[in-house]
Design a protein around this ligand. Structure first.
Ligand SMILES: Nc1nc2c(c(=O)[nH]1)N[C@H]1C(S)=C(S)[C@@H](COP(=O)(O)OP(=O)(O)OC[C@H]3O[C@@H](n4cnc5c(N)ncnc54)[C@H](O)[C@@H]3O)O[C@H]1N2
Ligand code: MOO
Length: 458
């Protein structure tokens, strides 16, 4: 339990930008190395440890580490554009306008031949007309036609018209989509260079935590082996998010609330991972050691933030490895992973660390905030947490409440956001699919029905 009389509190934006600055200053230890500030992340030398080669089919969702070029001309020969017959332009070039050649003596394979969409033209043929302008005899050896090609080469695609050898098919920094992967395959690439997945270690802490799946006999509930325990579920949350954001989850056993144990886990995590998430023990309890241990081991960027849930989020750097401290309760842990882990993972991958927010029209005002259970005449009771908001610019919000929302498109096509009552993560808020960070403090008006607000999706 650390001395909480002194702490660094930052806003979400300040915390992220301070951490990113710290990572920019890290000696080639994080993400992209040798890149001058402000330069395109992918234009310079790439740290070797950040790249790997993967099979094309495995590249979807990954970030390209280098430009990928075509290894060949495609199509590789004159190709038929549509289902057609192939012809010689020389049979048409001297005809009068509207005149058609007499095809009665034409021989299949000599004067004409079938040619199909996307397939190389039969050798020696240079022009095609679509099969809809052709009547084919029953024995498929003779044709009559009712239209002439407009010019030499009509109905065909020249070699190299889709891509030429050496053409850039996708640039470094591109997130590979199915279309991009297919395009790179068209250029004869079976293997492509991608940024290595950031390894994200997750350290759950707490004496009360046990893994889920312990049997409960409903007739002897008082003998439940997990009585008084909590199930460790944040690892599920972290793993799912890390993988969805393009990282590799590195699990750790549950660590008890003892300083040496937490320190040992952090030390190991910094050896095996690019980013570490340290969970719980973040607050002011007698067993809460997270900030104290990080402070001793490295450099603290912040101890807490100005939003709730997630107030007890922290950032530290230990051995050049960024550590994201998130609070225990899963409702807050989820947001803080989005706020503080995702930008670091994106930075590592060479993507813009900040994901843009979405504008939506508020359908109704937010419900008034409820006072603490023991509040009397607006004064907090002993069980209520005292206000602790450090200096902030006059007129600026002193704190941000995370407010759950249901965001759906309205009949007029505009996104509409409807407030959902309840604290994020609470039962009433289970139906939320988005949230907004609502500024609060003296002189700050809450948004009204019809206002456009910034929302983030869950
Ligand atoms: N006197 C005060 N008490 C509290 C304050 C405060 O300012 N003053 N802040 C409250 C807020 S806000 C939060 S958030 C929590 C932060 O708690 P910790 O991060 O220290 O977490 P713990 O106390 O260890 O655990 C809290 C709760 O979360 C459960 N937990 C922890 N890890 C996991 C996990 N991996 N999976 C599932 N659940 C987990 C844990 O069992 C506890 O139930 O402090 C408030 N108190
Ligand atoms: O830090 Mo707590 O997550 O504000 O609820």
């Amino acid at each position: 339990m650390r001395d909480h009389s002194q702490h660094i509190q930052l806003s979400r934006e300040q915390a992220v930008s301070s951490m990113l600055e710290a990572m920019d200053a890290a000696p080639a230890g994080f993400g992209w190395a040798n890149i001058a500030a402000g330069e395109d992340l992918h234009s310079g030398e790439v740290a070797r440890k950040c790249c790997e080669q993967v099979a094309l089919a495995d590249s979807v969702g990954r970030v390209l580490a280098y430009d990928v070029v075509s290894r060949c001309d495609m199509p590789s020969a004159l190709t038929c554009a549509m289902d057609s017959i192939a012809l010689h332009w020389s049979d048409f070039e001297n005809l009068a306008e509207g005149e058609l050649p007499d095809t009665s003596a034409w021989v299949r394979g000599v004067d004409w031949q079938f040619a199909n969409t996307g397939v190389a033209m039969p050798e020696g043929f240079d022009t095609a007309i679509v099969i809809e302008h052709v009547q084919v005899s029953e024995d498929q050896q003779h044709v009559t036609i009712d239209a002439a090609p407009s010019k030499q080469g009509a109905g065909t695609r020249p070699a190299g018209s889709t891509m030429k050898r050496g053409d850039v098919l996708a640039t470094a920094g591109t997130v590979v989509t199915p279309d991009v992967a297919a395009r790179m395959g068209t250029g004869d690439n079976a293997v492509v260079p991608v940024v290595r997945k950031p390894r994200v270690a997750f350290i759950p802490t707490g004496n009360e935590l046990v893994p889920a799946g312990i049997p409960l006999d409903p007739t002897r509930v008082d003998q439940f082996a997990a009585r008084g325990r909590n199930f460790e579920t944040n690892s599920i949350l972290v793993r799912a998010k890390v993988e969805a954001w393009g990282g590799q989850f590195v699990p750790f056993d549950i660590v008890c609330d003892e300083r040496p144990e937490i320190e040992a886990a952090i030390k190991r995590a910094c050896e095996v991972a690019d980013i570490v998430v340290l969970n719980a023990g973040s607050s002011k309890g007698s067993d809460d050691w997270s900030c104290e241990v990080m402070e001793e081991m490295g450099h603290m960027i912040c101890h807490q933030t100005n939003h709730g849930p997630g107030h007890h989020s922290s950032y530290a750097v230990v051995d050049n490895v960024p550590i994201v401290g998130i609070s225990g309760p899963s409702g807050g842990a989820s947001f803080t992973l989005d706020f503080y882990l995702r930008p670091l993972m994106r930075k590592y991958l060479g993507l813009n660390p900040i994901v843009p927010k979405t504008a939506a029209r508020l359908t109704e005002a937010f419900p008034a905030p409820k006072h603490g259970p023991g509040a009397k005449n607006g004064k907090p009771a002993g069980e209520d947490r005292p206000r602790e908001h450090p200096d902030h610019a006059p007129g600026e919000p002193e704190f941000f409440g995370i407010r759950p929302l249901r965001v759906e498109p309205s009949a007029d096509g505009v996104l509409e956001a409807t407030p959902i009552d309840g604290r994020p993560g609470s039962k009433t808020a289970w139906g939320a699919n988005a949230f907004t960070m609502m500024g609060m403090g003296p002189g700050i008006e809450p948004p009204a029905a019809g206002d456009i607000i910034e929302v983030e999706f869950l």
